[in-house]
Design a protein around this ligand. Structure first.
Ligand SMILES: Cc1ncc(COP(=O)(O)O)c(C=O)c1O
Length: 403
């Protein structure tokens, strides 16, 4: 059992004294930051700040060392074979763009790329764009009315040996957990390059890229108690080496002449310009924070809050939950009869309950489910049953005000 009171005390945002205490249920959008992470950022900028990989003085050397240590920490956290399989970038969005554009030179109208209808736009639009650029075809796997993938369709598509399969581990909208191990294994059998969007799973479950055996995996630091502006592209050594650097500039070159440029090998060859050094270092601290609590405990806690929320929501007559009954993470999406999701979220917000409403950057999923949007509550380690009770009370107010 987690000591939630103790955990909450480590997050300054919950200690602010406003009239209505914050009930933060928008963790799928971004998590709050614990003091250790904030202090690490401040320490870097206060006492350790220098640019990396270029200084020849002690401060710059130390900054480089902290940055590279963070890379090793990430590699250890996801069980990568080598630290150099970890590329720092701004987030999941940049990581996926890096792969899509990095593979562009290999793609043509002979190729098919497979995504699913439940992807966040970050794992959909970059593939659509590279298809438009190269003539490759984009195959979108259907989502069933219960919010799970159409596995027959997906498996059949994999057997046709597409060039790439890009798939989310956990749906940011419905919380659906896709059986990525099984799906990646099938894709491997057919020689398909696999890209896993782990934005919603990095702080929910143990990720072991060796065991998962995917070619690429992407996540954002800010969804794992780390800073915004830092994210990770993991890639198998040989797969990263195939990527064309999608940005060029300083830091990533070996030699530049008027005629031509040679690039460094990954990861540095894919990290053009000055990276968010303090943020990378603080991401390492965020991962330490998660490990200190223990992902297994986090998962059990988050899931138990989810089940409590689902049960409470099902006791409200006008509420319809959207998404699978089981196999979900710590996200619940719902609709209130005859009330627009934005109106629900606005009234919840006035009661201090922060949720997300809308299409959740997943418009193809909305089209598949034939809805315009949902209200989404997402939970993590600092949420407790009282938070859920306040959500339910606020939803009763919504009904009173709107109906
Ligand atoms: C599943 C999923 N993929 C990708 C993203 C994009 O992440 P970022 O905006 O941090 O790049 C998100 C953010 O909500 C997400 O939930």
């Amino acid at each position: 059992m987690l000591d939630i009171d103790n955990i909450r005390r480590q997050f300054p945002i919950f200690s602010t004294t406003t009239k209505t205490p914050l009930v933060y249920l928008d963790n799928a959008a971004t998590t709050q930051k614990p003091l250790v992470v904030l202090e690490r950022l401040q320490r870097f900028y206060s006492y350790e700040n220098a640019n990396i990989h270029r200084g020849i003085y002690q401060l710059a050397d130390d900054a480089t060392r902290h940055f590279e240590k963070a890379r090793s920490r990430v590699a250890q956290f996801i069980n990568a074979k080598y630290p150099d399989e970890v590329v720092f970038c701004s987030g999941t969005t940049e990581a996926i763009n890096m792969v899509a554009q990095g593979l562009r030179k290999y793609l043509s109208s002979d190729h098919q790329l497979v995504v699913t209808a439940m992807e966040h736009h970050a794992n959909f639009v970059p593939w659509q764009t590279v298809c438009n650029q190269t003539g490759a075809r984009l195959r979108v796997i259907a989502v069933k009315p219960d919010g799970t993938l159409d596995r027959d369709q997906l498996d059949a598509a994999i057997r046709q040996k597409p060039a790439v399969l890009a798939l989310t581990h956990i749906s940011n909208t419905l919380g659906t957990i896709n059986p990525v191990h099984e799906i990646v294994a099938l894709a491997k059998e057919h020689g398909v390059i696999t890209v896993v969007d782990a934005a919603q799973s990095i702080a929910y479950d143990h990720l072991d890229v060796k065991d998962l055996d995917c070619d690429f995996l992407a996540f954002s630091g800010h969804k794992a108690f780390g800073p915004m502006g830092i994210g990770v592209l993991y890639g198998k050594e040989e797969q990263l080496a195939r990527l064309e650097p999608y940005q060029q500039g300083g830091s990533m070159i070996i030699k530049v002449s008027e005629e031509s440029t040679t690039f460094k090998p990954p990861p540095h060859g894919l990290e053009a310009g000055t990276p968010p050094v303090a943020e990378a270092v603080a991401l390492g601290t965020a991962l330490d924070f998660i490990s200190g609590i223990g992902l297994s405990k986090i998962k059990v806690h988050n899931h138990s809050i989810l089940l409590y929320a689902k049960e409470k929501l099902s006791s409200l007559q006008g509420v319809q939950q959207i998404g699978p009954e089981n196999e979900t993470s710590s996200i619940v999406s719902f609709l209130m009869k005859d009330i627009h999701p934005h109106d629900v979220a606005t009234i919840l917000g006035e009661s201090g309950v922060a949720v997300r409403a809308g299409h959740h950057c997943a418009q193809p999923l909305m089209q598949a489910l034939n809805i315009h949007g949902t209200v989404r509550a997402s939970f993590t380690i600092y949420n407790n049953r009282e938070d859920v009770d306040q959500l339910i009370d606020a939803l009763k107010t919504v009904e009173k005000v709107m109906l």
